[in-house]
Design a protein around this ligand. Sequence first.
Ligand code: FAS
Ligand code: PHB
Length: 392
Amino acid sequence: MSTSRTRVGIIGAGPAGLMLSHLLHQAGIDNVVLENRSREYVENRIRAGILEYEVAELMRATGLGARMDSVGSRHDGTNFLVNGQLHHIDFQKLTGKHVMLYSQHEVVRDLIAARLAAGGEMLFEASDVAVHDYATDKPYITYIYEGTEHRLDCDIIAGCDGFHGICRQSFPKNMIVEYDREYPFGWLGILADAPPSKDELIYANHKNGFALLSMRSPTMSRLYLQSAPDEPLENWPDERIWEELAIRLAHEGFSLTTGKIFQKSVTAMRSYVAEPMQTGKLFLAGDAAHIVPPTGAKGLNSAIADVAILARAIEAHVLKHDHEGLENYTRTCLRRIWQIERFSWWMTSMMHKFDHHNAFDARMQTAELDYILNSSAGQVTLAENYVGLPLY
Ligand code: FAS
Ligand code: PHB
């Protein structure tokens, strides 16, 4: 078995793992990223679309803003459609901040390009990754790469391997307390060669179910329909998708531009948090530790927030022998994570059709939306959560 050494072994080359690698490099801290998928796979995985204000600022501050600011688009607000009435939420006026529409796979491409340009070590298609001795000062990772068994000795292991990764599963049995809620619906998402029918997003609460109009570029639309969590795609030929989107997004002066649908997928929805996010020298970040329904556009952003906190803690630990940040990592992250879980659950509860709702529940949902969309206090609370809470 060939052995090598680094300061921080990072498992997973999603937004969390790659941003952590980038931030540690900027602090002069050696690290290696181990990813079990190919580079091409991770660079083309279509997921999130919205970057919170502070995440976009972090990208710019760490030399990753150029493509985002030329390819992405700044959104100063968003729209909520309820009972055919459109309500605009003006982020800039209410918070002085905006969000960036910039696809997650573009962020991943920028991070990989930056790491390669800096001579960073990322091993794609590494298999059989396993963590060892993280309860000691000499943790290590084993993996198979290009047919050879390897051992990577490190000071710290970062588990950035997503919800289905191995790191959370490697915690001591019964240590983790799980908080979990699965929703009785999912999102059927499409990518289409169709110019967006609105300049900003539209979140629609309709009697047929939720719909979201988003976009990826002036010629590409990203749209979602509430569906069953395991909705068979064959139930949704293109014309049915466009018909239902037109119904749920209908309002005065609006017409939906259609086009060729070139990607369809169904995503189930859940809220999940694993506590604690650390054991010994093993630290979890991003989807490895928590999941949110995409309604609040927080999954990618909370992953970046975790690693911004983790990078700062590792830097203090390595460069100043100040261990407080690492000791308090879980507590620091969880305060922000539970705020994000609440906001994502709240947006999901307000905007979706719940078959088990009785008449009272339906009136509560309508009253909540009426208050939030028509009161300044309600609009501010929505806007400040949507543009993002402070990273630290
Ligand atoms: P990721 O899952 O992105 O990355 C983990 C990485 O670890 C992956 O590359 C994986 O291949 C790798 N890995 C796993 N096991 C490994 C092992 N054993 N060894 C080595 N590597 C391993 N969020 C939003 O904000 N808006 C959205 O619209 C949205 N849509 C989504 C749609 C889908 C289908 C999914 C699954 C998620 C969506 N999300 C969305 C959430 C998503 O963006 C995540 O929050 C984000 O990818 C989290 O980033 P990471 O924590 O880096 O995890
Ligand atoms: C997206 O563009 O993919 C997107 C935007 C906002 C959300 C979820 C997904 O809340």
